[in-house]
Write a protein that binds this ligand. Sequence first.
Ligand SMILES: NC(=O)c1ccc[n+]([C@@H]2O[C@H](COP(=O)([O-])OP(=O)(O)OC[C@H]3O[C@@H](n4cnc5c(N)ncnc54)[C@H](OP(=O)(O)O)[C@@H]3O)[C@@H](O)[C@H]2O)c1
Length: 258
Amino acid sequence: MSAESGPRPGSHVLILGGTTEARQLAQSLAAEPSYRVTSSLAGRVASPVLPPGGTRVGGFGGAAGLAGWIACNDVTHVVDATHPFAERMSFNAAGARALTGVPLLALRRPGWTPRPGDAWTFADGLEEAARLLPDLGSRAFLTTGRTGLHTFAHLTGTWFLVRSVDPPAAPAPPHLEVLLARGPFTLADERALLARHRIDLLVTKDSGGTATAPKLTAAREAGVPVLVVRRPPVPQGVPEAATVAAALRWLGATGPAR
Ligand SMILES: NC(=O)c1ccc[n+]([C@@H]2O[C@H](COP(=O)([O-])OP(=O)(O)OC[C@H]3O[C@@H](n4cnc5c(N)ncnc54)[C@H](OP(=O)(O)O)[C@@H]3O)[C@@H](O)[C@H]2O)c1
């Protein structure tokens, strides 16, 4: 990196985390002496995989709370590396940028696209997915996360296999089996899972990335249809990077707010 484009001494990067990419970015920055890095986690997962560098856990208290934290901790850059479905936090990050002027980047992995042989139906949100689901299958592999499970609780005619990192809380659908697991998942495991539970519908968010993509391949191979929940809107005017490498380039090229 040139002196013009490299990190300034004292750069403090706040990573809004909860994703593989957030951890990878923290790992890369922790190896660079000119960066101080703090990763922020919401605290939803009981035993999160902690990234290297500094960490903090729990909400900030909206955009204003985040702006206060940024100011009090001399943050020079914010990277919103939250999950594509963490809608509120991305808007809070944009709000904090407006309040502080501290540069913000959204590190957002691209969504998935269907391939030949895929039978995908798209839903705008979990509520629409729950409306469409009974017409698409009767043994559903639900991978949309434990926090939205209540949306499917009224579906008494469907059997669910629910996969999540921590156990889901009530209300939940009456006929379900819970599988506690944390990705990445292999194609062989996903194939076996679909066959063992006689799954006839996969329900997923359009999370993108490679860690959980093998379930889509397994579904295609087995002729299992997929109900895909589309991504929520993102704040306008925030620069985006699709990869950790692109985020590192942005950090190198972006000076702190003056
Ligand atoms: N939604 C998903 O499908 C999903 C999947 C995998 C991982 N995750 C991760 O899980 C976390 C929570 O997701 P969510 O969908 O509940 O988010 P959300 O709806 O966008 O956020 C709700 C609130 O949680 C707090 N929060 C969220 N992310 C935070 C972070 N990285 N650091 C500190 N506080 C945070 C904020 O509270 P305050 O307003 O009080 O600051 C925010 O207003 C995110 O960090 C996300 O990356 C989400």
